[in-house]
Design a protein around this ligand. Structure first.
Ligand code: ADP
Ligand code: MG
Length: 245
């Protein structure tokens, strides 16, 4: 089957936090429509920097970032929603002093359709949030907070969501729930770019994956191939796969 046209495309990206001291040294990757793509790699590899570059939050020295036909370079982060892109940061991704409903209402204020209807749609999609609509963000469990953060990204009807380690700090059960949710989101036609430390679990729900190390592409391919590659398992997935021959 021929691969779909890239929707988000990053090419030869040199980017970082200070001009002349790049963290990413020419990274290329793409996400096609409806795809779940995971970026894995050791701590400090530049995974968050890559996602932040797409979200307009770091300095891009050269290379390109395009969404559909549009270049994202120089776009203010608060304009990205209008282009169909939502970003779920790794931390501080909800307002702890506001209720679940208030968090969603804030996130929905720039959405393209009727905010009330979108919030109702989120409560249908995430019954656990509906039950807790009056609970303050700070009163949610870690897993519920991540679900709220994801719902806040989805409420704006994005075509692509960027998520930075949505399972960080969660129990294996809560992590699996969050990743199942990612599948559900992609099932609705939203593309997902996922960064994960929880590599094995993330690859299990992904279509394709990229391995980054030292700010450079190391490897990419179908998620299943990456999972089954013995060398990748040893180096990047914390040893042999359980039950593998
Ligand atoms: P990963 O997400 O793969 O663990 P990061 O993209 O967060 O890696 O970090 C890549 C490199 O960028 C690291 O060397 C890190 O120290 C550096 N870095 C991350 N955030 C900042 C920042 N705000 N300012 C300067 N350097 C940073
Ligand atoms: Mg990171």
């Amino acid at each position: 089957m021929p691969e779909a046209t890239p929707f988000l495309e990053v090419a030869d990206l040199v980017a970082g936090y200070r001009r002349g001291l790049p963290i990413l040294h020419g990274v290329s990757m793409h996400v096609s429509s409806g795809e779940i793509v995971t970026v894995i790699g050791p701590n400090g590899a530049g995974k968050s920097t890559l996602i932040k570059a797409v979200a307009g939050l770091v300095i891009v020295e050269s290379g390109s970032i395009t969404l559909g036909e549009r270049s994202l370079l120089g776009t203010a982060p608060d304009r990205l929603g209008a282009f169909g892109l939502s970003y779920v940061p790794q931390t501080a991704n909800i307002f702890t002093t506001l209720s679940v409903s208030q968090n969603l209402a804030l996130a929905a204020r720039r959405c393209r359709s009727e905010p009330e209807a979108r919030i109702a749609a989120m409560f249908d999609l995430f019954p656990a949030l509906a039950e807790r609509r009056a609970v303050r963000g700070g009163g949610l469990s870690g897993g519920q907070r991540q679900v709220l953060a994801i719902a806040m990204a989805l409420v704006a009807e994005p075509e692509i969501i960027l998520m930075d380690e949505p399972t960080a700090g969660l129990s294996p059960k809560a992590s699996q729930d969050v990743l199942d949710l990612v599948r559900k989101i992609a099932g609705e036609g939203v593309s997902v770019l996922l960064v994960e430390q929880n590599a094995r679990m993330a690859l299990g729900v992904s279509d394709r994956a990229y391995i980054l190390a030292d700010g450079q592409n190391q490897m990419d391919g179908p998620a299943g191939d990456i999972l089954d590659d013995p060398a990748v398992g040893e180096i990047y997935l914390g040893g042999r796969r359980k039950g593998a021959a």
